[in-house]
Design a protein around this ligand. Structure first.
Ligand SMILES: O=C[C@H](O)COP(=O)(O)O
Length: 271
């Protein structure tokens, strides 16, 4: 992670919690309340320094919006997926326009569970990224290799190809606000965590590819997250890597204390 004091690098760390298909709207409101209290109680936690966002199921978003707006919480939130279409006969899909209306700041695109379970291709992800920008949402584009690819040693090529395919048609202007999440599929929900050096290797490769596509200035602005079995115990070491600007947390984001401790990773570095 780079720091604001570097002068050149000023990417704000992003701690993102993807709840996946867990927690109904009542449970979701309780978790957001507890998360906000826990971070408020941590006297030295600065929301302006570290951005914290949650990604509840779509059915929770209205309740989360009401709570965040009503209590003026400094937490961001977003959708776990969006349609590549804006409206019409697309049963079950969710328009980016609807997410924007709920004041979502972000939307996940191409999470590995969407890619594997729902067969989402890079082409579809590129259309979803475009839809996110069309509706003023910041896409968090997820990329990452499975175990066989990792074992074959082709993980960098594989992941960069996903990146290029999922960004087809995206302008440099839009790309500057992009967030990329590197999630090695073999480390998701398995307890297997990529080492900080693995996270750095891929994050640096992603940034270099973004520089090739969009130029250095744009590439420097893109936040790159690591996801895969992140917990409070391993977050600080991963976030200490130069090109890792945040984490995308699954299971550990369902516990307010644990997720708050991940958000407070800088305290763990200091202690
Ligand atoms: O979106 C989150 C990732 O899939 C990581 O999930 P996990 O932290 O449960 O391994």
């Amino acid at each position: 992670m780079t720091t604001q004091t570097d002068g050149v690098y000023d990417r704000q760390p992003l701690i993102a919690g993807n709840w996946k298909m867990n927690l109904d709207h009542a449970e979701g409101v309780a978790l957001v309340q507890k998360l906000a209290w826990t971070l408020d109680d941590a006297k030295n936690f600065d929301h302006a320094r570290v951005q914290v966002a949650v990604f509840p199921p779509a059915t929770d978003l209205r309740s989360v919006q009401t709570l965040v707006a009503g209590d003026k919480l400094k937490l961001a939130y977003g959708g776990q997926d969006l349609s590549d279409q804006d409206s019409g006969a697309f049963t079950g899909d969710i328009s980016g326009a609807f997410l924007k209306k709920l004041d979502c700041a972000f939307v996940l695109v191409g999470h590995s569970e969407r890619r594997t379970i729902h067969g989402e291709s890079d082409e579809l992800c590129a259309r979803k990224v475009a839809a996110a920008y069309r509706h003023g949402l910041t896409p968090i584009l997820c990329v990452g290799e499975g175990l066989e690819v990792r074992q074959a040693g082709t993980h960098v090529d594989y992941t960069l190809e996903q990146l290029r395919g999922s960004l087809a048609g995206v302008s440099a202007e839009d790309a500057a606000s992009l967030v990329v999440a590197y999630e090695p599929v073999w480390a998701i929900g398995t307890g297997e965590v990529a080492g900080p050096e693995d996270a750095q290797e891929m994050s640096a490769a992603i940034r270099a590819e973004l520089e090739r596509l969009y130029g250095e200035e744009t590439a420097r602005k893109v936040r790159i997250l690591y996801g895969g079995s992140v917990k409070a115990a391993n977050a600080a070491a991963i976030l200490a890597e130069r090109d890792v600007d945040g984490v995308l947390v699954g299971g550990a984001s369902l516990k307010a204390e644990e997720f708050a401790n991940i958000a407070r990773f800088e305290d763990h570095v200091a202690s």
